[in-house]
Design a protein around this ligand. Structure first.
Ligand code: PGA
Length: 261
């Protein structure tokens, strides 16, 4: 892992957007793995700005999102399809046929999950996967005890995740208790990974994911097994990391990573 400490949330978000833009410029038909959540809203706003003001071209890009709620159709305001359309897809020149999320209202959810894995494979695999982390330590909806080799599947949401996301459903409830999610193994197959973590509410779980042991209790800790995982954090999220000085030092000494072409 390479931990990249930025002074502010805005700087961390801007860096994440810049690295995604670099990937798209290096390989215009990139396959991007995308995430939802509050953390990503301004990253997507910045990508929309780069599209409008700097002609960042998404016409050939393909995307696969991490997860979706079971039981929510794509036009439900709390669905992740709706989130992606609002925050990113309708603001850029992406072909909607190239945007993929698991279908949470599929008749046969197990078949939907298998088809999702096959679609990723048919596209040649994910070049760059963007991730946030939940307070449960999840990436996607890979809640505690998710197998480190798991693939896309239906998953019950943990009480921590139910509490974390309940606010979004206050006027639109009830909140689904299950999701479809890429597995930890699916995520680890991406060629490059960007984990973006901001705010002091994530400081404890971030330290456990980055500096703690690899454990299925914190599925983000599995990213320690990945060969190209960059962890972009702001100072507020970094407060519980014991090796902050080292991360600052190594950032100035490591060579820059090239986007996958
Ligand atoms: P957040 O969610 O960005 O809304 O904090 C991240 C997650 O739960 O993975």
């Amino acid at each position: 892992m390479e931990v990249i400490l930025r002074p502010t949330r805005e700087a961390a978000e801007a860096l994440a957007a810049r690295l995604i833009a670099e990937q798209v410029r290096a390989k215009p038909d990139s396959v991007l793995g995308l995430a939802t959540g509050g953390t990503m809203e301004r990253v997507y706003a910045e990508l929309v700005r780069l599209h409008v003001e700097e002609e960042l071209d998404f016409s050939l890009v393909r995307t696969f999102n991490l997860d979706e709620y079971v039981g929510l159709p794509g036009d439900h305001v709390c669905s992740y399809r709706y989130y992606m359309d609002q925050h990113l897809f309708r603001g850029i020149n992406i072909d909607s046929r190239n945007t993929h999320l698991p279908n949470g209202v599929a008749e046969d959810l197990a078949a939907e999950c298998r088809a999702y894995e096959e679609a990723i494979t048919r596209c040649g695999g994910i070049d760059l996967q963007l991730l946030g982390i939940g307070k449960s330590g999840h990436i996607g909806f890979n809640e505690p005890l998710s197998a480190l080799r798991s693939r896309t599947r239906e998953k019950a949401l943990s009480p921590v995740t139910m509490a974390q996301n309940a606010g979004y459903f206050s006027q639109y409830g009830p909140m689904p208790q299950r999701g479809l999610t890429m597995g930890v193994g699916t995520i680890l197959d991406a060629r490059d990974i960007l984990l973006l973590v901001t705010g002091e509410a994530k400081a404890d779980v971030l330290a456990r994911a980055v500096e703690g042991p690899v454990t299925s209790m914190i599925s983000a800790s599995a990213l320690q097994l990945h060969a190209h995982c960059r962890v972009i954090v702001d100072e507020a999220a970094a407060t519980q990391l014991s090796e902050q000085e080292y991360y600052r030092w190594i950032f100035d000494h490591e060579p820059e990573w090239e986007p996958y072409r």
